[in-house]
Design a protein around this ligand. Structure first.
Ligand code: GDP
Ligand code: CA
Length: 315
């Protein structure tokens, strides 16, 4: 199960580890679509695209999202018309992906099939499934000081435009309650040898995937060991503003608290950073090691440690 940058980078390490150690293994990714947004008529799926571009060698490495060697002529032209919003960085190369996706969706092709078609170009070396073919969008209720009330905005506006600075009163995955898992999602969890939760945002990435009815149940029911890797190191996210999401849900920003949020019904093992070696989670095996995904080799070793913990809790 993967969000954007954290999930994608972990997957690159996992793929490298398996290619070296277990070349017949295959990876199925269940991607978060709660960050999806329609901009200028185009359906944008940031987390699916981050995974696809990262594993397909098309990502902007520095930024961690978007296309390498990107240009922004379309964005500039839109701005010249005064078109809104201007806070979302849609690059020219990236827009080609969104045009095709939107065209296929309009023809009635489900998102899972659209994603498979896009992956024919990128060959990510994994089977990338959206969590659902149904539209789910994370929205955030913020305390709008200016108008003195509560205002509901799209997650992207809160995250990208407001940098999660406006305290979130509520974070909800709109549409999740009536969504169904995409074809193959529940089966992948049921048939897996191991299920891994990468260091993705526990609320708006993993939490949103789990909010699709049937997915959490599949995770609880699977006979496969489930191991998570902490996105929180030393009381802070490594990058991004996951702390603002955790705070909105009343969860402390710590490796132990995120482990407890998943809890023993979901996870069997929890990998934390060395600085969090003291973290304990009731009913969950906790192990510690360095968790900074500095390069592919370091990340492959993190993935190996997660797989080793899975083997340990299975025994
Ligand atoms: P997003 O959709 O782009 O926000 O990406 P994800 O939800 O997949 O992952 C975001 C999380 O990845 C953040 O909470 C970060 O703390 C975490 N993260 C980023 N880099 C690292 C890293 O090197 N190590 C660990 N353990 N977590 C990381
Ligand atoms: Ca995301």
């Amino acid at each position: 199960m993967a969000g954007g940058i954290g999930g994608a980078r972990f997957l690159r390490g996992l793929r490298a580890a398996l290619r070296a150690d277990e070349p017949t293994a295959s990876i199925t990714v269940i991607g978060n679509t709660g960050d999806d947004i329609t901009l200028f008529g185009l359906r944008v799926c940031p987390d699916l695209d981050t995974v696809m571009y990262t594993l397909g060698e098309g990502i902007d490495e520095q930024q961690g999202w978007g296309r390498a060697k990107e240009s922004f002529a379309v964005k500039d032209e839109l701005a010249s018309y005064g078109a809104q919003p201007q806070w979302f960085g849609l690059g020219d190369r990236d827009i080609a992906t969104h045009i095709l996706r939107t065209q296929w969706l309009a023809e009635g092709v489900p998102l899972s099939e659209v994603t498979a078609r896009l992956c024919e170009r990128w060959r990510p070396g994994v089977r990338l499934l959206p969590m659902s073919d149904d539209k789910v969008e994370t929205h955030v209720v913020i305390d709008d000081g200016a108008s003195g009330g509560r205002r509901l905005i799209h997650f992207q506006e809160w995250w990208v435009r407001l940098h999660a600075q406006a305290p979130a009163l509520e974070i909800t995955a709109v549409g999740a309650a009536t969504a169904t898992p995409a074809p193959g999602v529940v089966e992948a969890i049921a048939d897996a040898d191991v299920v891994l939760l990468p260091p993705s945002n526990p609320i708006v990435s993993i939490g949103t995937i789990l909010a699709v009815p049937g997915i959490r149940q599949a995770l609880v029911a699977t006979s496969a060991p489930v191991v998570g890797v902490s996105p929180i190191i030393g009381g802070a996210p490594v990058r991004g503003m996951a702390d603002a999401c955790l705070t909105a849900r009343g969860v402390e920003t710590s490796a132990a608290a995120v482990g407890a949020l998943y809890g023993p019904s979901l996870i069997d093992g929890w990998l934390v950073d060395t600085v969090d070696a003291g973290a304990a989670v009731d009913g969950v095996e906790v192990r510690s090691r360095p968790l900074l995904m500095t390069d592919v080799e370091a990340t492959a070793d993190i993935a190996r440690a997660a797989l080793a913990l899975a083997a340990e809790v299975r025994a």
